[in-house]
Design a protein around this ligand. Sequence first.
Ligand SMILES: Nc1ncnc2c1ncn2[C@@H]1O[C@H](COP(=O)(O)OP(=O)(O)O)[C@@H](O)[C@H]1O
Ligand SMILES: [Mg+2]
Length: 423
Amino acid sequence: MKVLVVGNGGREHALVWKLVQSPRRPQVFCAPGNAGIETLAACVPVNANDLAALKTFAQREGIELTVVGPEAPLALGIVDEFRRAKLKIFGPTKQAARLEASKIFSKAIMAQAHIRTARSQAFDKPADALAYLENHELPVVIKADGLAQGKGVLIALTREEARRAIVDSMEHAIFGEAGKQVLIEEFLEGEELTIMAFTDGRSVAPMLPAQDHKRVGDADTGLNTGGMGAYCPAPLGTPALRAQVTKEILQPIVDAMSRLGSPFQGVLYAGLMVVGGVPYVLEFNARLGDPETQVVLPLLKTDLLDVMEAVVEHRLDQLRVEWHDEHAVCVVMTSAGYPGPYQSGMRITGLDAPFEDAAVVFHAGTAKRNNDIVTAGGRVLGVTGRGGTLAEAQAVAYRTAERIAFTGCHYRRDIAHRALVTR
Ligand SMILES: Nc1ncnc2c1ncn2[C@@H]1O[C@H](COP(=O)(O)OP(=O)(O)O)[C@@H](O)[C@H]1O
Ligand SMILES: [Mg+2]
């Protein structure tokens, strides 16, 4: 069976890594892939947003299942395009992907489905937003409506900061069209948790709960990033909480999308704030999280290919999705300067050392130069360790990371500490 994975980050490396382990021995392609993915799959030099070229490739190669990693091609309508061409594809349609691509749409559906989320108000006129802001308690959260590469949310501690965010987004259009409308949202204080789920538009199979680390520095200091590491399962996501999230959040949203005539198929990602034990939705994403995927997929026991096929063929209710009783920790290694400006092209050493069986190194931003592998992004590698306990998994990840080096390499030393220290 021929499978195509679309994307080029750590998430896609983890997807490819998991798919090639299928006993069904699929032949895996990746567009465009990276230097790590290349060792497992045939990389095709087609950009993830070039829908026409991806479709042509899938047709020519006889691809039987396409799996989409990132949000951009989903929001562009890759699933609609492939389906029109009678190609099987895992992911939501453009309409369904609005759950991620429009935070205002997402809030409206949550209201319809009576899902707990931070109170908010949507605005398309800056004057109205600024007027509403005047009586809002602080801190206040300002969110650009559309996709803004993780930069569209500001937690403002002062009204002045909030005003500037509104003007920058709505008038100066620093996020382009994505910020022409904004949400002004109540600030929730609690602990964040990610619960992703497979869904075929009717049934929901929740994955294990994960927690990522957004800030660049230890103890959650410094700038926000795409994610500096993650661990799974997060103890905060007890089986009871996971059941509650499935019943009160995931299933109702999936049902609401179906009622709307835009059934959601693929991976639904719920970004939650747990406030005094009660889960509130911060946002939905329409795909797997990065780096959460690098800790969740290694713990999946059921064949991922079987799960994805069941989703695409709308028979997820006939499959039991099972998980290993283990832990995983992923430490992200980044280029110096990230998330600000950084240099690429640094030679990476230590990658061909034989690692422990419980370790796996996912490439996020790498490229090949002659016989070397060099850095080619802000997030360069995701080093995942597995173990019988969280502490063991963490030790494997750090032992492995220590053997890898490149000029300016940075990583946090405290991934998973929150779970280890407080519980
Ligand atoms: N209402 C809120 N209260 C407190 N923190 C929030 C709230 N909304 C978002 N955040 C913080 O901002 C981060 C980014 O917001 P999110 O809605 O996930 O948007 P995106 O991931 O698209 O940037 C969250 O992970 C969370 O840390
Ligand atoms: Mg988010």
